[in-house]
Design a protein around this ligand. Structure first.
Ligand code: ZN
Ligand code: ZN
Length: 161
């Protein structure tokens, strides 16, 4: 994991704010998340978390879920990262390899909530498999860039404490 230089930090902040804008449209009742995927200074894919097809009849946010299932899926809807990756694959399939993924959560007022450590192994695997180079999160200490393979490993070793 690396902390970008101050000028990179400014650039990264710009994309995090773009991800926060996308997150405002999230339809999940548990968390509002947004993702933008950036390649060569432009957004090639974006997504927010929501029920499949954005349709109310597909909503599971407030349903009782089986306690036998692992709890990795904290937002219950399609994750913002999946949506952004699918969007990039549809619109810019030739640009996803080597791209950077910016993820953030926002509160009800659209303000960025700083991220904890990587934990979602579904997103980490998918990002790695599609060739995304870096996964960026905004931690308390600043925006941090994780090479996707490292992000995947850290997600698998996540421990709640
Ligand atoms: Zn939901
Ligand atoms: Zn995820």
């Amino acid at each position: 994991m690396t902390v970008p230089t101050p000028s990179e930090q400014k650039e990264a902040e710009k994309w995090m704010l773009a991800a926060a804008e996308v997150a405002k449209d999230a339809l999940c009742l548990r968390a509002k998340c947004g993702t933008v995927i950036v390649s060569d200074g432009e957004i090639i894919g974006s997504g927010y978390n929501a029920p499949p097809l954005d349709q109310e009849e597909n909503r599971t946010c407030l349903e009782e879920v089986s306690t036998a299932k692992p709890k990795y899926d904290k937002t219950c809807c399609l994750h913002a990262e999946w949506r952004a990756i699918l969007d990039a694959l549809k619109r810019n399939p030739d640009k996803i390899v080597g791209a950077k993924l910016y993820f953030t959560r926002v509160d009800e007022n659209g303000e960025i909530i700083k991220s904890g450590r990587p934990f979602c192994t579904v997103c980490s695997r998918l990002a790695l498999d599609t060739g995304i180079a870096e996964f960026l999160l905004w931690h308390d200490e600043g925006i941090c860039a994780y090479p996707t393979a490292e992000y995947n490993k850290l997600s698998y070793h996540y421990r709640e404490d």
